[in-house]
Design a protein. Structure first.
Length: 174
């Protein structure tokens, strides 16, 4: 829940109407990369934020409902490809990665003045990003900001978690 709240804080702004749509759209537009396309980000954020909303509002999540969420998140392996625990960890890791990139993006776009953390009124990012060229300029700006800090990989999706039982990786002994 804390991660979903952090994602909301980084992306939603001050207007509280249509928060889910705003977060999904903004994340998809500004966090997308060639290896993490906008439609996957939009769908994943929707699933993760809806799960958070259900929990925050007191819903009891059944195993069947959790499985529906797990299957819907693009980075979570199919049942049988890893342990159930690892599938849950993959879901949490996807949200953690989106939050990490969102916070970095906001800090970098704040530092170059494009999206100040405190502005009255805030910039109309939703309107600005309807122009694909502007959205691309903003994506490029924060990726270049990460590169200027010596961490270009920080703007890209994290390397997927490895499962010590199911995954092969360098150094693993059988």
């Amino acid at each position: 829940m804390d991660l979903a709240t952090a994602l909301e804080a980084a992306l939603s702004g001050t207007d509280k109407t249509d928060v889910t749509l705003r977060i999904c759209t903004r994340a998809a537009i500004i966090l997308s990369t060639d290896t993490d396309p906008a439609p996957a980000i939009f769908a994943d954020v929707k699933v993760l934020y809806d799960l958070r909303s259900s929990l925050v509002h007191g819903a009891i999540i059944t195993q069947k409902q959790l499985e529906k969420c797990l299957v819907a998140v693009s980075t979570v392996p199919a049942p049988g490809d890893c342990t159930p625990r690892m599938r849950n960890e993959q879901l949490i890791d996807r949200l953690r990665d989106l939050v990490r990139r969102s916070i970095l993006m906001r800090l970098l776009l704040n530092s170059d003045g494009r999206w100040p953390l405190r502005a009255d009124p805030p910039p109309p990012v939703d309107q600005l990003w309807t122009d694909p060229a502007v959205a691309e300029q903003w994506r490029t700006a924060w990726h270049q900001g990460a590169a200027a800090l010596g961490a270009p990989e920080a703007a890209r999706p994290a390397v997927p978690l490895r499962d010590s039982i199911f995954d092969d990786y360098p150094g693993k002994s059988t």
